[in-house]
Design a protein around this ligand. Sequence first.
Ligand code: SF4
Length: 225
Amino acid sequence: MESLETELERARALSVEEIADRIETIGFECTHCGACCRSEENCGGEDDQTPHTATVFPDEIRQIQSREEYDWRDVARPMPYGIVDEAGETFEWALQTDSCGDCTFYEENGGEGGCSIHGDRPLICQTYPFSLDSVSPDTADGLGTTEPMGGVVEREGIVRAHECEGLGRDISRADAEALAKTLKKRAVRELTEAIDVRDNYEPADSDGVVVHDSEGTKRPDGTPL
Ligand code: SF4
């Protein structure tokens, strides 16, 4: 398996033009359906509904916090993997959810979904439904990122397309290039984050929930442990 440093080198060398070509081939236009911002089952009263889960990095959390003087926990929750009965160690943070399991920043107006923090939404939201293959850390080792919705439904070269009703629609060259540029930025960001998580990792000696991120070890309220 390649080192994260090698993957980072490769991500930095990616061609935005080539990524844009692939996005154009797949096609995409946001329909504002809101599916990528909501829990899969939404508020239907099911006890076992799966809440919306999308990775948000520490600096992105602080950027969102600064909009409204949000508390850390208004913005993010510990990534749920590895946590049982409100105890355990986990890697990274997920966008906070409301009582329906939807992203807490999702709002609906006149039948259309929208993001109340659009200008500061995390990179993962800016690039959905696309991600890049072979330059993203492996989610299984705890260093990867979690997409807000289902699995990969299409691939074109290194571009992966995830479940989304807007796929297959025409996209302008300018929009494809802008998206490609952000996808490359995200790939580099994910890898630098993963390297810092790895380098700052120390097994936690504490009860309750412990979160490891690129800045070290934290409590669920974002304070250092
Ligand atoms: S931050 Fe905005 S774009 Fe991202 S999941 Fe939440 S509502 Fe959707």
